[in-house]
Design a protein around this ligand. Structure first.
Ligand code: ADP
Ligand code: MG
Ligand code: MG
Length: 252
């Protein structure tokens, strides 16, 4: 079982003019095995939600709760959240010069499981994951995200997802900057993950394009730090036709 329950979440960041509230009461449950899409215009707070779930220190939770199978996520450190099974693929993955993909993946896996993976099966698993994402074997010797193309960064995030095998995956604009072939490869990786027992996915996106390949169970429209509308996959199609204008005009 993996259920993530977000209740009335309020989040602020510190700015020069003092604290600024970005999330203004977000309530959302990702039930066992469900895929939810969060869609919304730029600046609506989608990444803030992702970082807040992952525990980024810059985001101050001023109200509300986040629980994973009843455990208080907000009381956990970033490492504890990862060990509990929360995974975040960032919109802008960071470079880690001097650390190879192979070492990075092994360190992350060790941190998550509390013990190092068995070397022989691990190397096989890594090579298979890279191959699935159309990344050749030399990719594992490159420094993490250094000089990676947009598509390589996103495919590397999905390789992490498949190898770390979390319970809940938060994917922040995993589709941005991908050409159609890379989008298909990345979507297939996400679909392999969600086909496993009890995996939850929170797929954050600005565009409806990726939702043609990854069919969400629920769609939430995010505007100005709140969920403005909810529906099924058909809501994404409606957004594709109508855009976000009506929500922005309504000033929600
Ligand atoms: P989205 O991912 O939907 O584009 P973000 O969560 O990145 O939106 O940002 C939401 C709003 O919060 C924006 O107005 C952005 O400028 C502001 N914001 C986000 N992070 C910070 C920060 N660290 N400092 C100041 N403002 C921030
Ligand atoms: Mg409130
Ligand atoms: Mg964002």
């Amino acid at each position: 079982m993996s259920t993530l329950v977000i209740t009335d979440l309020h989040v602020s960041v510190d700015t020069e003019d003092g604290p600024k509230e970005i999330l203004k009461g977000v309530t959302l449950t990702i039930g066992d095995g469900e895929t939810h899409a969060i869609m919304g215009p730029n600046g609506s707070g989608k990444s803030t939600l992702a970082y807040s779930i992952a525990g980024h220190p810059r985001y101050n939770v001023t109200g509300g709760t986040v629980a994973l199978d009843g455990e208080d996520v907000l009381a956990m450190s970033v490492d504890e959240r990862a060990r509990a099974g929360l995974f975040l693929a960032m919109q802008y993955p960071v470079e880690v010069p001097g650390v190879s993909v192979a070492n990075f993946l092994r360190t992350a896996k060790t941190a998550m499981d509390g013990e190092a993976p068995k070397l022989r099966t691990w190397v096989k698993d890594v090579n298979a994951a890279l191959e699935n994402l159309n990344l050749d074997a030399t990719f594992s010797q490159r420094s993490v995200n250094e000089g990676f193309s947009g598509g390589e960064k996103k495919r590397h995030e999905i390789a992490q997802l498949e190898l770390l095998d979390p319970r809940i995956a938060v994917l922040d604009e995993t589709d941005s900057g991908l050409d159609i072939d890379a989008l298909k490869i990345v979507s297939e990786g996400v679909n392999r993950f969600r086909a496993k027992e009890g995996k939850g996915v929170l797929l954050i996106t600005h565009y409806t394009r990726i939702l043609r390949y990854i069919k969400p169970d629920h769609v939430h429209v995010f505007v100005n730090g709140r969920i403005a509308e909810q529906g099924g996959a058909e809501l994404a199609e409606q957004l594709e036709a109508e855009g976000y204008d009506k929500y922005l005009k309504a000033g929600v």
